[in-house]
Design a protein around this ligand. Structure first.
Ligand code: PHE
Length: 456
């Protein structure tokens, strides 16, 4: 066991793991996707349902994934195969691997936009913006350029690959340790800026005063998908990261810290975006370009905006990088563990696949008309990927994971793993009914309603 652990690599400390897992969780999900989805789903009503999903689904599933990972010390496919040999469960792991590459493919496009906007910030382009329409024009022109879009996508996948090449300790952990604290400081400065802009109170109301009549299953499904996406759950990321945790660390408290931290950053991102958005008279439901329109316009209106601009895009790029690392690490760990590939071959092949698929998303925001408005469904390729994988695949993955843990592997064995070396799992009596019944049932009800809405 000892030998195997050192061969695969292991987090050097509990805080190292928490930072790395938080690095995976905190990313574009919090800063780009959370405001985008909250904006189109009614603001505060969505925020309430989001918090509900983090508690009812997110935390229990996070504990489940971490315990499966640490117990098996494997990637998702190997993990399910080990716990339920020669059964169909390994395909749940396969779904996770496919989802990881798929999410990476469009995620890296948005991350590429961040890099592009970082360059714009350095070039002082945002200082000239005086109306919301101008900031929209900048975005449209930017997203329409096919070569630049592919270049930015390529740069981001390359950056991700370079970090993964170095392995768990040299790469992921070291980066997360240095970068997370910087991220928080810059984010808080921007929130202070946003809430002090004149006219920001309307945004605060939109974000904080829930209109309960707006709550419905459609928004609950959005909230579920967003919670899972933001916490990196439902595709085995936390199985893979959990496989590098030491036995003496307390999984359940680590999971709790990661959930609290991730949620806090998402909520802060909302405070950064919505007050500024309303202060500038923009609409909250613009879609994926939302933060790319709000942040530059806000920068133009603040003293020191030039430096804030450089800081914020740098900060988001870094947060995105610690997430893409975890997206790519899942398929990489799979072929390294199961197929005996070298790490560098695994990174090259998986990174290239994500890049090739990513091109379709990169060209679907104005560069190619066909991909921008797909026939019949009238939405972009990027949106389709996001819906299919962030909303559906992660929810189905989480549903099956909780059923697997609750009914196949069994909560008794999982608790034995969690409490392994004398650790006390304080909330196990609460966790058991959740992971066995409440969590999967909630996901089933949400999907049941979706079927009803679609077919009846
Ligand atoms: N949680 C990451 C974010 O919020 C995205 C992600 C999803 C990472 C799924 C890994 C797995 O940006």
């Amino acid at each position: 066991m000892e030998l195997k652990e050192t061969q695969r690599g292991i987090w050097s400390s509990k805080i190292g793991f928490i930072l790395a897992a938080a690095g995976s969780a905190v990313g574009l999900g919090n800063i780009w996707r959370f405001p985008t989805v909250a904006g189109r789903s009614g603001g505060a009503a969505f925020v309430v349902l989001y918090l509900f999903c983090v508690v009812i689904v997110g935390l229990p599933v996070m504990i489940a994934e971490l315990s499966i990972g640490r117990h098996t010390r494997k990637n998702p496919v190997g993990a399910f195969e080990k716990l339920a040999p020669h059964s169909g469960w390994k395909y749940l792991g396969v779904l996770g691997i496919v989802t990881g590459i798929a999410i990476l493919s469009f995620y890296a496009v948005i991350a590429g936009w961040i890099i592009g906007y970082f360059f714009k910030a350095v070039g002082g382009e945002f200082q000239r913006i005086s109306t919301a329409a101008e900031s929209e024009m900048i975005f449209t022109g930017f997203a329409r350029n096919p070569f630049y879009q592919m270049l930015l996508l390529g740069i981001f996948i390359l950056l991700t690959s370079l970090v993964i090449w170095r392995g768990v300790k040299g790469g992921i952990e070291k980066w997360s340790k240095i970068l997370m604290p910087i991220l928080i400081v810059i984010l808080i400065s921007l929130v202070i800026r946003s809430v002090t802009l004149p006219g920001s109170s309307k945004g605060l109301a939109f974000y904080l005063k829930p209109d309960f009549s707006k709550m419905n299953f459609k928004i609950l499904l959005e909230a579920l998908g967003q919670a899972l996406f933001s916490l990196s759950l439902g595709m085995g990321t936390m199985i893979t990261y959990g496989s590098y945790i030491q036995k003496r660390d307390n999984l359940s408290t680590s999971a709790l810290y990661v959930c609290i931290f991730d949620t806090a950053i998402a909520i802060l991102a909302g405070f950064m975006i919505f007050p500024a958005l309303f202060a500038m008279g923009m609409k909250p439901d613009i879609g994926p370009s939302l933060i790319f329109q709000v942040i530059p316009a806000m920068l133009a209106r603040m003293p020191g905006g030039y430096f804030f601009g450089i800081g914020v895009f740098l900060l988001i790029a870094i947060a995105a990088l610690t997430s893409t690392i975890s997206l790519l690490e899942v398929p990489v760990a799979y072929v390294v563990d199961e197929k005996g590939w070298s790490r560098s071959k695994a990174v090259t092949v998986m990174g290239s696949i994500a890049f090739i698929f990513g091109i379709f998303s990169a060209l679907s925001n104005g560069a190619l008309e066909f991909l921008t408005k797909l026939p019949a469904i009238n939405t972009s390729f990027l949106n389709v990927m996001d819906t299919a994988f962030s909303k559906f695949s992660l929810a189905i993955g989480s549903l099956l994971e909780s059923l697997f843990l609750g009914w196949i592997w069994g909560t008794a064995k999982a608790i034995e793993e969690i409490e392994g070396e004398g650790v006390i799992f304080k909330y196990k009596k609460v966790w058991i009914p959740f992971i066995k019944v409440i969590t999967p049932l909630l996901i089933l009800i949400i999907f049941g309603d979706l079927l009803r809405r679609t077919f009846f």
